[in-house]
Design a protein around this ligand. Structure first.
Ligand SMILES: Nc1ncnc2c1ncn2[C@@H]1O[C@H](COP(=O)(O)OP(=O)(O)OP(=O)(O)O)[C@@H](O)[C@H]1O
Ligand SMILES: [Mg+2]
Length: 328
């Protein structure tokens, strides 16, 4: 059989929620007992995309955009209103055993381990649930303990662990059955920058080593920049962009930054009309310049000042994303 190219195929996925509208106050409550008024929230609105085996895709968008809802539909926790979804050839919401054994959904906001028990007890339960044989299980646990650097932490009740330690245990637990597809929903939320960096390294290695297909949502653009070549941007349930990060920046960033170092002091007035002065110290400065003006501005800088060093950079992913979302 030919290897499947796409691990995930989503076609016109839509998910609506009926929400009950209650009028304020006691009167509203009483009224609601007799006549309930509902309204529809369209959380995911005709979304389509495909993801190949081994891809690491960033799935980003502002709060309430529909990211978690989409991931829940893909992992079989929610039944879609309409559309087709195929994950590893399965319809997720059938929640077939063979399907569940090959995927994992990690939610940074939600605790999936038993609060009062050490993580190891939860791992052992997963061993049974996922029917992992004894040898494979202990090898995998050792391997992941090493990779994540958790050691003895797995023997301490979850409620006593720090957020970072707990998150690592959550991850370990979700990876025990060696899922082919990993849905990571804000896995680094609330972690300090050092821990975020560690987890990023872990995700990167994991994806390379096992050719795991990963969809990652995160509000930290560092996660996305470092891990994903491709991003899917969703806003208000609709996909606004699907493509490489570099193309996104090229097509959306109207500005570039020019950083320069001179060997004589530059006055702010000298830079009038060249662009927005982002930073200016005695000898160095940063200008934000419209893309098309970059050649002219750089040559003006070089002509007018004693420039020792000049760098032209694209705007960062953070800036671009902020710009896109603020346009609404
Ligand atoms: N069970 C539910 N019942 C009613 N509305 C829901 C339900 N789940 C989600 N929604 C609504 O659907 C929309 C999308 O929510 P979702 O959680 O998918 O957003 P998100 O992109 O994950 O946001 P965030 O970045 O804040 O996690 C929101 O308006 C949310 O209020
Ligand atoms: Mg969410």
């Amino acid at each position: 059989m030919l290897a499947m190219k796409y691990d995930i195929k989503v076609n016109n996925l839509r998910k609506e929620f009926q929400i009950y509208r209650k009028e304020a106050g006691l009167k509203g409550t009483i009224k609601g007992l007799f006549k309930r008024e509902y309204s529809t929230v369209r959380a995911v609105n005709n979304v389509s995309f495909t993801i190949e085996r081994g891809e690491f895709v960033g799935f980003i968008g502002p709060n309430g955009a529909g990211k978690t809802t989409t991931l829940k539909c893909l992992s079989g926790l929610l039944y879609p209103t309409s559309g087709n979804v195929s994950v590893l050839g399965y319809e997720p919401w059938e929640r077939r055993r063979e399907f569940l054994k090959r995927i994992s959904l990690v939610m940074g906001q939600k605790n999936q381990l038993w609060w009062d028990l050490p993580a190891m007890d939860s791992f052992l339960m997963n061993k049974d649930i996922y029917e992992i044989d004894e040898d494979t299980f202990y090898k995998k646990v050792d391997d992941l303990i090493d990779l994540l650097g958790v050691g003895d932490v797995v023997n301490i009740p979850i409620r006593k662990l720090s957020l970072g330690q707990r998150m690592k245990c959550e991850l370990l637990s979700s990876l025990l059955h060696s899922p082919q597809i990993l849905f990571l929903d804000e896995p680094t939320i609330g972690l300090d920058v050092v821990m975020q960096k560690k987890l990023r390294t872990f995700f990167k290695d994991f994806n390379r080593r096992f050719e795991t297909t990963v969809m990652l949502t995160s509000h930290y653009m560092d996660d996305v920049k470092e891990l994903c070549k491709r991003v899917i941007i969703i806003d208000d349930g609709v996909i606004m962009y699907d493509g490489s990060i570099s193309n996104l920046i090229r097509s959306h960033a109207k500005f570039k930054t020019i950083s320069f170092v001179a060997n004589k002091k530059i006055d702010r007035a000298d830079l009038d009309g060249l662009g927005e002065v982002v930073k200016l110290d005695d000898l160095s400065g940063v200008l934000k310049v419209e893309r098309d003006n970059v050649p002219i501005v750089s040559s003006k800088l070089l002509k007018s000042f004693n420039i020792e060093d000049l760098n032209i950079d694209e705007m960062g992913l953070d800036d671009v994303i902020r710009e896109i979302f603020s346009k609404g």
